[in-house]
Design a binder for this molecule. Structure first.
Ligand code: PMP
Length: 423
């Protein structure tokens, strides 16, 4: 194994947040800082940049189909015609023009009653998660998360000294009876549960979509327990085929704080996402957001507004959708062809990820080394769970990898898993 691979792997394993040798300034650090962990995904991503490796680790969007030349002209025109506005501070909530257009995007996602006044533009949905934790959680408060869940949300919530508690799901998403049981158990212990964080469409990492018939029940359970639902929906419009079930927010404007993003449907580097906030919480939310960023990036907002106003953004989403549909199909067919008995996986209807389950008792973390030796990188499942301890799951991302390479990656991975199962 290459020396730098070993280094990066060692860093990936240092997920306890301890960053290097002790320094006298350590005594100055907040308890919160000690809770800020390295993202195992980012480290594995670093490893996977090495030549010769097939990386099924990074869930980057594929941006090759973007009209770069035209976007360059648009960027130049914005500076030429509105430069002093584009390069100036703006309002903390974001421009009214973009908030109005975001309501049209949300209409395509199934939310028909969004009011631009209730939209707060954020630096990606990641920063909206941070603001939500800051606004709602004191140290020790509980956030419930479907299991598995997005590693970035886990890390953000833990940085606020929140007690993250998993709720079991299956191939149709969160199981309502499990949610009820978990809430009752935590309340019996006197715990204060503030939020349920959920990714109902094409969960990162599992690719699972929450069944339409479970959606209202989940909101009702939370409403009864006075828990706010934090619905994160960056992948909804990337459903490969058919109609997307209504978001939890659609029929529940008071009980759901909804997060959206242009990262997967346009471009993540612009760092433009948003929150649709229940009216009674709006002011607290946007003041907290303003306290971090003052305002969302003005130039990027103008660029996104121009894109939504004068490009075929829905056509671009169709292009993304068919690209990811083909890649997902290639990955699933390679898994069907090469995977040994004992391994099962999800069959996503959208998004970027497939989630593999190995037999009970196999820890996928040590398999990462063996995978790298075999020339393939994945993300071990332990990164994606609020439940501590080893995991027999792993995540494969197909979004950034051409179909032939996906097949090669699975071909390399299969013997590694077969050997672990046989051991
Ligand atoms: N939520 C989920 C479920 C994600 O997978 C990601 C990024 N991969 C994010 C939020 C962060 O997205 P953004 O770029 O909008 O901050």
């Amino acid at each position: 194994m290459a020396e730098e691979t070993v280094d990066a792997l060692a860093r990936a394993q240092a997920v306890d947040g301890s960053a290097g040798a002790a320094h006298r300034h350590d005594a100055l650090l907040s308890a919160r800082a000690a809770n800020i962990k390295q993202s195992a995904v980012r480290d594995v991503f670093e490893i996977s940049m090495q030549p010769g490796l097939v990386s099924l680790a990074g869930g980057n969007p594929n941006l090759a189909s973007l009209p770069l030349e035209r976007l360059g002209e648009t960027a130049r025109r914005i500076i030429a015609e509105r430069g002093l506005e584009a390069l100036q501070y703006g309002g903390g909530q974001g421009t009214l023009e973009l908030r109005t257009q975001i309501c049209e995007v949300m209409a395509a996602e199934g939310i028909l009653d969004a009011d631009p006044d209730n939209v707060v533009i954020t630096a990606g949905s990641q920063s909206a998660q941070d603001v939500a934790a800051k606004v709602f959680c004191n140290p020790g408060d509980v956030i419930l998360l479907e299991d598995p869940t997005y590693v970035g949300a886990l890390n953000t919530f833990e940085a606020y000294e929140v007690d993250v508690q998993p709720v079991a799901g299956d191939e149709h998403g969160i199981i309502p009876s499990e949610l009820r049981t978990r809430i009752a158990a935590l309340q019996a212990e006197g715990r204060r549960i503030k939020l349920l964080y959920t990714i109902p469409n094409f969960n990162n990492p599992s690719g699972v979509m929450l069944a339409p018939e479970r959606r209202q029940e989940i909101v009702d359970i939370c409403r009864e327990a006075n828990i706010l639902v934090l619905e994160d929906n960056p992948y909804g419009l990337l459903k490969f085929d058919g109609v997307l079930p209504a978001p939890l927010r659609a029929a529940n404007p008071e009980d759901v704080l909804y997060l959206g993003s242009f990262s997967k449907i346009f471009a993540p580097g612009l760092r433009i996402g948003w929150a649709l906030v229940p009216a009674h919480l709006l002011q607290r939310f946007y003041l907290a957001s303003e306290a971090v960023t003052l305002c969302p990036p003005t130039f990027n907002q103008l660029l996104v507004s121009d894109y939504l106003g004068s490009y075929d953004w829905q056509g671009q989403i169709s292009t993304y959708r068919s690209l990811y549909r083909d890649r997902c199909a290639a990955l699933l067919s390679a898994l069907d062809e090469f995977m040994p008995a004992g391994v099962s996986w999800t069959r996503p209807e959208g998004g970027f990820f497939v989630w593999l389950t190995l037999p009970e008792g196999i820890d996928t973390y040590p398999l990462l080394h063996r995978g790298i030796d075999a020339g393939v990188v994945f993300v071990p499942g332990a990164a994606f769970t609020a439940a501590k301890g080893p995991s027999n799951k792993l995540r494969l991302a197909y979004s950034a990898v051409p179909p032939e390479t996906l097949r090669e990656g699975v071909k390399r991975l299969a013997p590694v898993l077969a050997e672990a199962i046989a051991a």
